[in-house]
Design a protein around this ligand. Structure first.
Ligand SMILES: [Zn+2]
Ligand SMILES: [Zn+2]
Ligand SMILES: [Zn+2]
Length: 167
């Protein structure tokens, strides 16, 4: 058994590569190590038994993702619940405002106080949309009589992008 290039880790005997395990310090033939192309000699630094022991300990000591999440959730529970509650409340408020504006606008529409849908969608002005049903959209729910008439897809987009001002 002789050192390779004076190395204290790699050895050779009968053209066979040996290395010292970085964990148990025993010198073992290359086959006793897992292949690892990123490591010198193309084998891992720990021998196979040491690698398995290491992995087992790691598994045991590392909290699972689920535990981690549960702990995180427990410590943030109150904040999360308060946030969800606030969001639900503001969504409900918005829905009420939306319904009220819509009702009022439709009342005005029936009375002929406001105009109905124009020929073109007021956002995309796509001539291919002529003849399809336009929907009234309130840029501001506090101004129930001010709407824009938009095609279905523009209406969906405008709500998704949240470009309305609800002030
Ligand atoms: Zn070892
Ligand atoms: Zn449109
Ligand atoms: Zn709308």
């Amino acid at each position: 058994m002789e050192r390779i290039g004076g190395s204290r880790v790699f050895f050779q005997k009968d053209n066979q590569l040996y290395r010292r395990c970085a964990k148990c310090q025993k010198i073992k033939p290359a086959e006793a190590f897992y292949k690892n192309s990123g490591m010198p000699g193309g084998i891992s630094g720990y021998c196979r038994p040491c690698t398995s022991k290491y992995q087992e300990e790691y598994r045991k000591n590392k909290p699972s993702l689920k535990t981690y999440y549960q702990e995180w959730y427990q410590s943030n529970k109150q904040i999360l619940q308060a946030e969800r509650h606030k969001k639900r409340e503001s969504n409900q408020m918005l829905k009420i405002l939306q319904d009220r504006a819509w009702l009022e606008f439709n009342k005005a529409l029936r009375k002929g106080l406001v105009g109905g849908p124009p020929l073109l969608c007021q956002l995309c002005r796509d001539i291919d949309k002529i003849g399809t049903k336009y929907e009234s959209h309130h840029p501001n729910y506090n101004e129930p009589l001010r709407v824009i008439w938009v095609c279905k897809s523009c209406h969906r987009r405008v709500h998704r992008e949240g470009t309305q001002d609800y002030a």
